[in-house]
Design a protein around this ligand. Structure first.
Ligand SMILES: Cc1cc2nc3c(=O)[nH]c(=O)nc-3n(C[C@H](O)[C@H](O)[C@H](O)COP(=O)(O)OP(=O)(O)OC[C@H]3O[C@@H](n4cnc5c(N)ncnc54)[C@H](O)[C@@H]3O)c2cc1C
Length: 304
């Protein structure tokens, strides 16, 4: 498999036994069989076709900010977008439309939009994900979500055979959900409809949200953000707090004492430490409130 990958992708972008702890914001996870960085659509299509031919287990990683990977690692190929997928451009004919590649970080898109005097993306400026991960999750914060600003998304079928576009409606965005969670399509780029504003005013709003985030969230510890989804009729963080689990710790994984919605890695936490904390939290919250918390973080080669 590695030899066949090397025939398509230069050696320096095929990383055998690559520790996933290097590619996740949790800084947790054993080695993937290989991590391959694809720099353009042709490379991505070739790699996906190869995966299909070989029936090889594979997964796409964005910025790894919503990933919890097993201590044993991942027994397949991890595909990561780079190169051309990190572009961001403003449409010349339709200047309120901006298109960003699947690997572009939301923070970098936000900086570009400030320079361009385009507003509407502020809510996403502090979410530490990529465009691809944000489409997959319909990422959102502070009253905004991707659904509000996406005009269209360019995608590739999971077998690499076709490139197609979906409108906002066709993306099926819901709470931390989108149609691609079902069909496995890959986000090549997304286009956003924005509005003109003074760069100084946009900056003020971005900085305000940044301050809010820094004051409420444990940004100084590795994590994957909110561990559990918001349940119907409540907030995961409040339920966890009311269950007396603030600071609950197994090994180096801990329910943050700053924000109980986050499990943080306070040192050298293993995936198993995090899972133990998550299992206990789910059990106690269920016992005390009757509500079953569902993980928001994607569990890779591990389970609750
Ligand atoms: C400190 C912190 C704060 C956070 N705050 C927020 C917040 O306020 N709001 C929020 O919504 N989230 C938040 N998150 C979670 C996370 O940043 C988001 O879910 C983000 O959208 C994940 O993007 P990513 O690129 O890191 O995706 P990854 O974690 O790499 O992947 C997530 C999923 O997306 C898929 N994926 C990635 N790229 C593509 C692509 N190109 N095509 C198809 N599928 C793809 C992956 O296969 C995976 O299933 C936070 C996380 C952290 C660590």
């Amino acid at each position: 498999m590695i030899n066949r990958l090397n025939a398509i992708i230069p050696d320096e972008r095929v990383l055998a036994d690559e520790p996933m702890s290097r590619h996740t914001s949790f800084k947790i996870g054993g080695p993937a069989k290989a991590l391959v960085i694809v720099n353009n659509e042709e490379e991505l299509a070739s790699v996906l076709k190869l995966m299909n031919e070989e029936q090889a287990e594979h997964i796409l990683v964005g910025n790894g900010s919503n990933f919890l990977v097993s201590d044993e690692g991942y027994p397949g190929i991890v595909i990561k977008l780079g190169g051309d997928f990190e572009s961001v451009t403003r449409d010349e004919e339709d200047p309120l439309l901006v298109t960003a590649g699947g690997a572009k970080l939301l923070s970098a898109v936000s900086s570009f939009l400030i320079e361009q005097g385009l507003a509407g993306f502020e809510f996403a400026s502090g979410i530490p994900g990529s465009i691809g991960g944000a489409m997959f999750m319909n990422a959102g914060a502070y009253g905004g979500e991707m659904k509000d600003i996406v005009e269209k998304v360019r995608l590739m079928t999971p077998d690499g055979s076709e490139i197609f576009e979906r409108s906002n409606e066709e993306m099926g965005f819901g709470y931390r959900n989108s149609a691609i969670q079902e069909d496995g399509s890959i986000v090549l780029s997304a286009s956003f409809r924005l509005s003109e504003d003074d760069p100084a005013e946009i900056t003020v709003r971005v900085l305000e949200l940044q301050q809010k985030r820094n004051s409420k969230q444990p940004v100084n510890y590795p994590s994957a953000g909110s561990t559990f989804k918001r349940p119907v009729g409540g907030y995961a963080a409040a339920l966890i707090d009311e269950a007396g689990l603030r600071g609950y710790r197994v090994g180096d994984a801990m329910v943050s004492d700053k924000h109980t919605g986050f499990v943080v890695n306070v040192g050298n936490a293993s995936c198993e430490d995090v899972l133990s904390v998550m299992r206990h939290v789910r059990e106690v919250v269920k016992e005390k409130s009757g509500i079953e918390l569902e993980p928001e973080v994607r569990l890779i080669n591990c389970a609750l």
